[in-house]
Design a protein around this ligand. Structure first.
Ligand SMILES: Nc1ncnc2c1ncn2[C@@H]1O[C@H](COP(=O)(O)OP(=O)(O)OP(=O)(O)O)[C@@H](O)[C@H]1O
Ligand SMILES: [Mg+2]
Length: 330
């Protein structure tokens, strides 16, 4: 394999708070190839957004701090760039759709002005050409009557339309990578499906790679090539969609899959929530972070942190159950 588009290696991010140091991300490693879609899934607070913000170098410092690890985009170490160079990467190479829609939309500015302004920051073209680009973008994201829409304010758009607008903003400078943090969470199911289709269509047309963050496994199944399952600041299992859905190996992944409705619509299936809550990230446990909630936990799980075990070329899990050195309980 050649150089990946994005390579994250051993990323660790902490926040200092009054209660102590929150270890939000604890050694995350993964890569994104050109044109592929990688999903990050996991419960609230497991470090998904912090991982995304780290890529964009948007961690507020202080209280946050990247304690370890590297992030390379097209082979370039993002940490070595000046803030000015990094502004060029944001938007131009990496577009981001934030979890809170209103963070990227200015409520006091007409949509057209926001789009053309953004386009003009990155491209040396005339105002009229920028306006035409804005119209093209609205067409691309499926907003009807784009010329009329450009004269409206964000609050005049419905939730689903606003989300399309956010996608248009993120695509403004034709990025190679799009990071979408919970892009469909606030939307109803029908609109959700439309937005997912839109992502797929944009990817087909532009070849953009996508990192999609969500706790909705249904969304993941429809759009992703590969899945990173995060738990307590770590990736506990990674694999292709098929591997994760049909051959999950980490008990947490299996728990996640059992706690959501099946994709084949089997209504007889019982949903089983994962009992308990994630560990305290101020002082994560010595052993496996999931051990306290795991039905299969062995002695070693409580005392020693598991390493990643390779199952196939793409499939890895961080669990003693798969580690050849551990005694099998069954
Ligand atoms: N600015 C901050 N200051 C202090 N702690 C923070 C800050 N940002 C994030 N954290 C902490 O880092 C941890 C990971 O947060 P993160 O936002 O990445 O979770 P998440 O997986 O995106 O969750 P959700 O699904 O709820 O969006 C949490 O414990 C959170 O409280
Ligand atoms: Mg988040």
């Amino acid at each position: 394999m050649g150089q990946a588009l994005l390579e994250i290696n051993e990323l660790a991010v902490s926040f200092s708070t009054q209660g102590g140091e929150v270890q939000a991300v604890r050694g995350v490693t993964f890569a994104v190839e050109k044109g592929e879609t990688v999903a990050i899934v996991g419960e609230s607070g497991c470090g998904k957004s912090v991982t995304a913000q780290s890529i964009m170098r948007l961690i507020p410092e202080p209280p946050g701090r990247i304690k370890n690890g590297t992030i390379h985009m097209n082979g370039k170490d993002l940490a070595s760039l000046s803030e000015k160079q990094m502004r060029g990467v944001r938007g131009k190479q990496i577009g981001m759709i934030f979890q809170d829609p209103m963070t990227s939309l200015n409520p006091t500015l007409k949509v057209g002005d926001q789009l053309t302004e953004g386009i003009l920051v990155h491209q040396k073209i005339s105002k009229n050409e920028a306006k035409q680009e804005a119209i093209n973008l609205l067409n691309l994201v499926g907003i009807a009557n784009p010329e009329e829409r450009l004269n409206q304010y964000p609050h005049q758009f419905s939730g689903g339309m606003r989300q399309r607008l956010m996608i248009a903003m993120a695509l403004m400078c034709k990025p190679e990578l799009l990071i979408a943090d919970e892009p469909t969470t606030a939307l109803d199911v029908t609109i959700q499906a439309q937005i997912i289709d839109l992502f797929k269509e944009i990817q087909r047309k532009t070849g953009v790679a996508i990192i999609i963050i969500t706790h909705d496994l249904g969304v993941v199944a429809q759009i992703a090539d590969r899945i990173n399952v995060m738990y307590a600041g770590e990736i506990v299992e990674t694999g292709t969609v098929k591997e994760i859905f049909y051959d999950p190996q980490h008990p947490y992944t299996r728990g996640l899959l059992d706690s959501v409705p099946r994709l084949d619509g089997d209504r007889t299936q019982k949903l089983i929530p994962i009992v308990g809550s994630p560990p305290d990230l101020f002082s994560p446990p010595e052993g496996c972070a999931f051990a306290a909630r795991c039905d299969y936990a062995m002695d070693v799980c409580l005392s020693h942190d598991p390493e990643h075990t390779k199952l196939t070329d793409h499939h890895y899990t961080k669990c003693w159950l798969q580690d050849k050195r551990a005694q099998k309980p069954f």
